[in-house]
Design a protein around this ligand. Structure first.
Ligand SMILES: [Fe+2]
Ligand SMILES: [Fe+2]
Length: 372
């Protein structure tokens, strides 16, 4: 596994020291700027419905708006420690920590330490969701400007509203139910910056709608299934009902475009998909949590994150991305380039799982996504 310096800034995908050397050094600043390079496009073709799939999504989106202030029960009291304890019991029914702590930084950890870690980890995870949602807000506003078709502009405008609501509810949850939030993870920031800086409108879609949102959909689903906290469960269910539509929008839009691209153009998309996958995988090592817990990140990650159970969970996060990449023709063009990379990352087994456009159609047929 070597030769990725140009794409991801290191030769070996699994070089832990290189991954941890990238950290957020901009914790004090209240804003972060990145050059958004793209042409804003007007279209004079106002023929609504000429792209019927996008038009249907737009009509659906107009009827699926919810209000984060009034539709969620914010009176619920949340005890972060109890939430973590319940999650822990669900994941470890035998009460063990899932590995032998001897010789690791966790040798002397008490139950209280593990509980504190769980609370921090939960807070970190929700914080990164919130930052990712802001990335989606900015990206979809950009898509409104840059996509050339009126049906896509209409649809994207509804997604801007959806994403504003998602940022709002995660921020409110972190602020009022938990103990504030963590700054953005540097790997996530790098990815969002790359997506926004790209000049090509389809790259905003690929980076945000397919990669970041595809992963979010899987991660939200997992947390929704796991948590016993009623407000968070409800919040995630509402957010997920929007996200499924967003990923379907990405697949639907890019499918036509990508079937016409040259090999060289496809190669750039394949490399971008790979880079995004690696950045997202790196961020899930949650290096900031280990730092806050006062344990060396590298040792902690080797003990906890590189266990088979944990790797299985991390790989599951790609269960939406891989089938969607396959549907877009990204896996096998250019001598199966992206397929080979996903084999190295250990996530190719998801290629024949249901893609999000098909899944969305199924959910719609069962009327599960009309109203959250
Ligand atoms: Fe969102
Ligand atoms: Fe979204």
């Amino acid at each position: 596994m070597a030769g990725y310096e140009d794409l991801i800034g290191r030769e070996d995908i699994n070089d832990l020291e290189a991954i941890l050397a990238v950290s957020n050094t901009d914790m004090e600043s209240a804003i972060h700027t990145v050059e958004s390079n793209a042409e804003a496009i007007f279209t004079w073709d106002y023929d609504k419905g000429s792209r019927s799939g996008l038009d249907r999504l737009y009509e659906k989106a107009k009827n699926s708006q919810w209000n984060g202030t009034t539709d969620l029960d914010w009176s619920v009291e949340v005890d972060p420690e109890e939430v973590v304890a319940n999650n822990f019991i669900a994941q470890n029914p035998d009460g063990g920590i899932g590995f032998d702590p001897a010789g690791t930084p966790f040798e002397k950890w008490s139950d209280a330490d593990w509980l504190k870690f769980g609370v921090e980890s939960n807070n970190w995870t929700l914080s990164q969701f919130m930052h990712g949602e802001q990335g989606a807000l900015v990206c979809t506003a950009k898509i409104v400007e840059t996509v050339p078709w009126i049906d896509a502009k209409y649809y994207a405008s509804t997604q801007v509203m959806d994403e504003a609501r998602h940022v709002e509810v995660f921020a409110r949850y972190l602020d009022s139910k938990l103990d504030g939030y963590y700054p953005i993870n540097a790997h996530l920031q790098m990815l969002l910056d790359d997506i926004i800086a790209d000049t090509r409108w389809d790259m905003t879609y690929l980076g945000m709608q397919i990669m970041v949102e595809g992963l979010a959909l899987a991660a939200f689903g997992f947390m929704h299934m796991m948590t016993t906290e009623p407000l968070l469960k409800q919040l995630l269910k509402y957010v997920m009902s929007d996200e499924a539509r967003h990923v379907a929008f990405g697949v639907l839009t890019l499918q036509d475009v990508y079937s016409e691209l040259s090999d060289a153009e496809m190669m750039e998309r394949q490399e971008f998909a790979f880079e995004a996958s690696v950045r997202m995988r790196d961020r899930f090592l949650q290096q900031e949590v280990w730092e806050r817990m006062g344990v060396p990140a590298k040792d902690a990650i080797q003990a906890v994150m590189l266990t088979p159970q944990r790797e299985m969970f991390q790989n599951m996060l790609f269960s939406k991305i891989v089938p969607n990449c396959k549907k877009l023709g990204l896996l096998d063009r250019n001598d199966k380039w992206l397929r080979r990379r996903y084999e190295e990352l250990g996530v190719i087994q998801f290629e024949d799982w249901v893609d999000t456009e098909a899944e969305y159609e199924e959910l719609q047929a069962k009327e599960l996504v009309t109203q959250p």
